[in-house]
Design a binder for this molecule. Sequence first.
Ligand code: RB5
Length: 144
Amino acid sequence: MIIVGSDHAGYALKEEVKKYLESMKYEYIDVGTYSLDSVDYPDIAKKLSMKVLEDPANKGILLCGTGIGVSMTANRFKGIRAALCVYPYMATMARKHNNANVLCLGGRLVSPALANEIVEVFLNEKFEGGRHIKRTEKMDTLEP
Ligand code: RB5
């Protein structure tokens, strides 16, 4: 399942991404926010991350104004590999090498057309595995 979520600053782009997902017949769950009223991005990033972690097959699409705050927050959750992407190539590599399971987008940075392109790549590229497995696994072993 695809989980989508945003704060108020990502709300408009989230609605565009949802339209795109619907047009491509992807099913998704929207964990909010559901209006332009101001909310705190860590709350949404937490909600989405917890939902993504329920099933290894899940993927998240998470938005705030820049994508920075939600990516910082989501990456605090063990098992979440959130990638902030502003080019389709970043999404390609985030999937192939980093096995990203959450895509972060900046609602104030990318156009709907570019966001849709990035989303499409993120949803379709496969993790290459191989030498990248031990590297992604190492992320989950890090303790301060
Ligand atoms: C909200 O104004 C903004 O700070 C937030 O959406 C995000 O860009 C934070 O990283």
